[in-house]
Design a protein around this ligand. Structure first.
Ligand code: IPE
Ligand code: IPE
Ligand code: MG
Length: 243
């Protein structure tokens, strides 16, 4: 009898950089008759598990989309609750990740964030800055277009100041929030939506996409492995030909 043997994870071909659009918290809660905030709370638990799993698997960079520049358009109570959760997350981060070599960084426009969150970001970034293991990058008040606009504005200033004479991809990349971070190899979006929603639009030009129907609070280590196995079965060509 023929049966499909489930593919196994190849430990020697783990994507160096995984990006995740953690979507579906609201629907997860609504399905249970709970408030959307409860979904975000559950989603934050999932995040802890997934960070640990990425660390265990030897992923070098993990970037997660926590709050977009467009998410301010949500009802104030939901935005406030999300900010509260993010603050809690940052406060507890080192304790939660104790014993794991995880460096935490935040990318996005900090200007619109509440002051106490900005302070907490600075604290946690500083306290983990020398850690080499997993770079865990939280995109907070992040928008890909906003990031490019900021980078170009800075570039214009640098050109005016005579610091730059030639503009190429590198001169833009160096001015993005993700400066020094390699582009994502694999981008996962949960909840069945198949769009980027303004996430890493410059950086994902050759990223492999993986969409799954699971709502973020239900996303498990096994789901992460499935995504990586799918990635491992892809052929990345970068515009070249199959060889
Ligand atoms: C993702 O879940 C979390 C954030 C955007 C902050 P959603 O809140 O978008 O959940 P759905 O898409 O409404 O189910
Ligand atoms: C993207 O999800 C933002 C985050 C996961 C933080 P959204 O739920 O905001 O995206 P849309 O509105 O469905 O495109
Ligand atoms: Mg959503």
């Amino acid at each position: 009898m023929l049966f499909n043997k489930k593919k196994e994870l190849d430990k020697n071909n783990i994507p160096k950089h995984i990006a995740i659009i953690m979507d579906g918290n609201g629907r997860w809660a609504e399905k249970r008759g709970l408030s959307r905030s409860m979904g975000h709370r559950e989603g934050s638990r999932t995040l802890k598990k997934i960070v640990e799993e990425c660390y265990r698997l030897g992923v070098r960079y993990l970037t997660v989309y926590a709050f977009s520049t467009e998410n301010w358009s949500r009802p104030k109570e939901e935005v406030d609750e999300l900010m509260k959760l993010l603050l809690e997350y940052l406060r507890n981060a080192e304790r939660e990740l104790a014993g794991k070599n995880v460096r935490i960084r935040v990318i996005g426009d900090k200007k619109r964030l509440p002051e106490e969150i900005v302070k907490e970001i600075e604290r946690v970034e500083k306290s983990t800055e020398n850690i080499e293991g997993l770079d865990f990058i939280i995109a907070l008040n992040y928008g890909g277009r906003q990031e490019i606009v900021e980078a170009v504005s800075r570039l214009v200033e640098d050109v005016k100041a005579g610091l730059v004479s030639r503009i190429d991809e590198g001169t833009i990349s160096e001015r993005l929030y993700t400066k020094g971070i390699p582009d994502p190899d694999l981008l996962i979006r949960t909840s069945g939506e198949m769009r980027l929603s303004n996430f890493l639009i410059w950086q994902s030009s050759y990223t492999e996409f993986y969409f799954c129907d699971v709502l973020w609070p239900d996303f498990s280590a096994a789901n992460l492995r499935d995504a990586i196995i799918s990635y491992q079965g892809r052929q990345r060509r970068f515009g070249g030909v199959k060889c």
